[in-house]
Design a protein around this ligand. Sequence first.
Ligand code: AMP
Length: 142
Amino acid sequence: MTVAVILTRKGRDVVTTTPDSLMSDVCNLLETKGIGAVVISHGGEKVDGIFSERDFVRAIARQGASALERPVRDYMTQNVVTCEPDDKIAEVMQRMTQGKFRHMPVVENGRLAGIISIGDVVKHRIAEAEAEAMAMREYITA
Ligand code: AMP
């Protein structure tokens, strides 16, 4: 199974914001959209960085409330690991586990084409396991 299967179910919309957005605005964005990470992009197509709630905790712990007045570029992760729609879900899960992050932007032909979270991946793996168990039960009882 590939990342494209997850995108078909959840859609390709990605919440982005620019590197010069204020941390206070980014914090509001995460809260109003109910998401754990936002892709940082100048024009909405190229991935310039990613900023997650973990980065927010780190910023506040190190600099206190003054971090809220700084641009998000000061706290975002710049070396973003991305995947492509044709990548296998199991491989993406492994990369997330190894890299200790829970979000991965999907890029297609150099353009942002979606985002998947560890929650999306786990949901998919559970559905797969349930379908296998059901098929096994039907096979045994038939
Ligand atoms: P998360 O688990 O997604 O909240 O992120 C944990 C840390 O990894 C934060 O510093 C994020 O900025 C960073 N991060 C999140 N996603 C990625 C990614 N796809 N590539 C590289 N770093 C990431």
